[in-house]
Each structure stands twice: as C-alpha cells, then as structure tokens.
Design a protein around this ligand. Structure first.
Ligand code: GLC
Length: 444
C-alpha cells in the first residue's frame, strides 16, 4: 500500500462558521467564477472553499503559501485529527478489520503518526544498514516535515457570510486544502523499494495512490514525468517478479490537466484496476475526450457515466474500472466468467454496506458493525441502474443479462448496484477509499 500518508485535520463547517471569514475583498471574491489551480493567498483559499460548498463538490487544492496554514489554524477550530491519505486510510482499515496483511510505504517517519496508524501495519524500516518491517511504534529517527491536510466537511444547507450574502449548499461533501512537502514529491524510502521487491511474491494486490498531490515546483528542474519515472520502474520490477500481482490505482481530485495526462498515459497502461468518483472521471474526460466530458457535465446520468468509463476502458481494455457515485456504483472490465461477475457484484454490495457504516459513524471499528446498518437502498440509484440496463439492451446486440445488475457483451461486462443512503453522514472523507479497497479485496 502506498504512497500518500498524511495527517488530516478535520474542520466542520457550521451554518455560522463562514461569518468569521473576514476578508477585505469578500464581495469581489464572491463574484469570481474561476477557481485557481493552487492556493497561494487567503483570498484564493476562500474562493476555493466557497465554490466547493456552493457546488456541493468534493475537491482538493494544494496550499503553496505556508502563511495560509497559519491563517486557517487561527481562524477555524479543528474538530478532529486523523490519519489521512488513501494509503494511510486503507492500510488502517484493512488491518483493523483483519482483512489483509498490509505492507505500507510510509513516506516520512514522523512522531505524529504514532497513535494514528495501526500498530499491526508492517512498515519497512532501515536500521544498521538492514531492512526489516517494523510497527509504527518501533520506528526511530523521526523527521520534521509538513504534510497537513485541512478537511472542511460541510452539510447540505445555508451558510451565512460576513457580508449580507449567504450561500446554499445542495449536497453534503468535503473540501481539502493540503500543504504537503512530502507527498507532493511522492517520496518513497529506499528501504520500502528494496523490501517490497524482495518480498513481492508474498503479495497479491498493490494499492497505489497519491499522484494527485504531485507538485514539481517544489524541486528545481523536475517535471511530473520525472517524479513518476521511478514508480514506473518499480511497478515493472514488481510485475517481473510476480506477474500475478494486481495493481490498483485510486484516483483523487487532480488539479492540473498536465498531471492527469501523465497519469493517464504512463500509469494506466501498467495497472490492472482503477477506482474513481464522478468528479475524478470528469477531470480525466476533460483532458481525454471533450465531447463525452461536456455531455456528462450537462447531465450526470448513469448512461453518461457509463459512457465516460467506457471511454477510458476502450483505450485500456485490460482495466477493471470502478466508479463510485452517490446512490450507485458501476464497474466495467473485459467480459467476465459468470461466477467471477457474481463475485464482483457481491463484493460491491458488501463494500456499500461498509461504506454506509463509515459514513454513519465516521470510522469502522469492527466487522460486526455491518449488522447495525439500516439497509435503505437508494431508490434513485436503483432507477438509474435500471435505466442503464435498458440503454445497454437497446444499444448492444450481443448483450446478455447474466443476473440482476450484471450485463455482458462479447467484449465487456458491466455491473451496477444501487448503494445505501445514509441520511446526515458523520464524515465523508475516506468513504470513496473504503468503497474501492473493499470491493477490490472482497472480489479477489
Ligand atoms: C486525499 C487527501 C487526503 C485525504 C484523502 C481521503 O488523498 O490528500 O488528505 O485523507 O484524500 O480520501
């Protein structure tokens, strides 16, 4: 599991929280429509936050000016400090649920991870020139670097501003502002590289993430391709030693089109599976297929979402693509054997149950918690899946309905399930990661 692990400081935005945002140019900020790529001032931070709330969108931006962090710390109340980064979140989850033996690439040895990372996670660590795996509590020689991500969680509702205006949010979601000097260069310890390669035969799945944080501006004469190059070699070496290894790449909100292009062109050919949400799909399509992008932006329907993932799949037919959306999940891959397709569908259903626990309680503490989930399946999600199935029947001659929600043509299999709706979720950060990792693991 690698490569992004960081600290998440969760800040809950309440209806009156934004009244405290006193900026000279708030009126002007409210009129701006274009959100900046990075946060380089307090004003740009406010603009990004307000536009995420107004759009009810899951977004993430990099803070490139350190004083913005000080301002955030002095302006908001931090409600909770948690492990962050997909790699950290997923490693904790799988270890806690005793679902897998996890080897984690920890990019920096920092004392603040102790107590947040599960102590049964294996972390390659070098001491006296020897590489071995150790729990987080046994690591020594801690370094001090900055890798704080502020998670602004907001509910559906009206938010009052310091001006006489207010903004309305139509969907509960979260906005992330990250100041990260470690994960932005995708740091990987040499010891992890060495240990993972020597032991890769023991592992069946590699889950990789964190590419969205890359920022070449943090180092002279570096490009996205330079940062990604060592990862590509590592993947190739892993696969050479263990050809059965499945590599899953989890997407996140990626702010730069150039970076999306680099991920799309260089990494997707090497991985077996990807997980993403609708916003992440939109940003990929914006750089790879503008017509499909525009259609999806206009109408977020199951047919348009399917066409979006189909578009990626046609370019990379070796991929299993898992899209998670509010109300339903869709997967596409090359045609599956019936038994495998049913297993994938069951894995998706179980991951939806776990995601409901995570959303409802903020975290999952034990496998038994799935017994307490109210299984109220999304009605609109169900209808969307039905709509997609009739579309597929009319569009593809060779279509075969294997089972409710499973359709195969000669070349691909699509699976769609409605998910569970949790009214007023506790916390949304990490729900997408939970869905992706559990669906993948339970299928294998
Ligand atoms: C992104 C963020 C990280 C957060 C994670 C949740 O990786 O950078 O802060 O914990 O998403 O999925």
């Amino acid at each position: 599991m690698g490569f992004n692990v960081n600290i998440d400081k969760v800040i809950r935005i309440r209806p009156d929280t934004l009244q405290g945002l006193k900026s000279k140019n708030l009126d002007e900020i409210l009129l701006q429509k274009e959100v900046p790529m990075d946060i380089n001032s307090i004003e740009s931070f406010i603009l990004c936050l307000l536009s995420a709330i107004e759009g009810g969108k899951a977004d993430e931006k990099l803070i490139v000016a350190e004083d913005v962090c000080d301002w955030i710390e002095n302006t908001f109340v931090v409600d909770e400090i948690k492990i962050g980064g997909q790699a950290g979140i997923m490693a904790n989850l799988l270890t806690k649920l005793e679902l897998a033996d996890v080897l984690l690439s920890l990019p920096v040895y920092d004392a603040s991870f102790v107590g947040l990372l599960h102590d049964r996670i294996n972390i390659p660590f070098e001491s006296n020139g020897k590489c071995s795996v150790q729990p987080i509590t046994k690591l020594q020689g801690f370094e001090k670097k900055r890798f704080i991500h502020y998670i602004f969680e907001f509910d559906k509702g009206i938010y009052y501003l310091a001006t006489s205006n207010s903004i309305e949010c139509l969907r509960q979601n979260r906005f992330i502002a990250s100041h990260d000097t470690v994960n932005s260069l995708l740091e990987i310890k040499n010891c992890f590289k060495k240990y993972s390669l020597e032991n890769i035969q023991k592992y069946s799945i590699a889950i990789v993430s964190g590419f969205h944080l890359l920022n070449p501006e943090m180092q002279d004469n570096t490009t996205y391709y330079d940062i990604i190059a060592p990862i590509i070699s590592m993947f190739k070496e892993w696969k050479k030693t263990n050809p059965d290894l499945k590599i899953h790449l989890e997407f996140a909100a990626t702010r730069d089109k150039e970076l999306i292009k680099a991920i799309f062109q260089r990494l997707l050919p090497l991985v077996n599976s990807i997980g993403l949400n609708e916003q992440e799909l939109l940003s990929i399509l914006e750089t790879t297929n503008v017509t499909t992008y525009k259609k999806l932006r206009k109408e977020m329907s199951s047919v348009n979402l399917f066409e979006g993932i189909l578009n990626i799949w046609v370019k990379y037919p070796h991929l299993r693509i898992h899209l998670h959306y509010l109300g339903y999940y869709l997967t596409i891959s090359s045609r599956l054997h019936e038994k495998h397709a049913i297993k994938r569908k069951q894995a998706l259903i179980l991951s939806a149950v776990f995601a409901a626990v995570k959303a409802k309680n903020g975290s999952i503490c034990s496998i038994n918690e799935i017994n307490n989930v109210l299984c109220s399946v999304s009605k609109s999600g169900y209808e969307e899946i039905e709509g997609l199935l009739s579309f597929l029947k009319s569009e593809y001659k060779s279509i075969d309905e294997i089972e409710d929600g499973i359709m195969s043509t000669d070349s691909f299999t699509v699976i769609g399930i409605p998910t569970i709706i949790v009214k007023s979720a506790q916390q949304l950060v990490g729900v997408g990661d939970t869905i992706s990792v559990l669906a993948l693991l339970l299928e294998n």
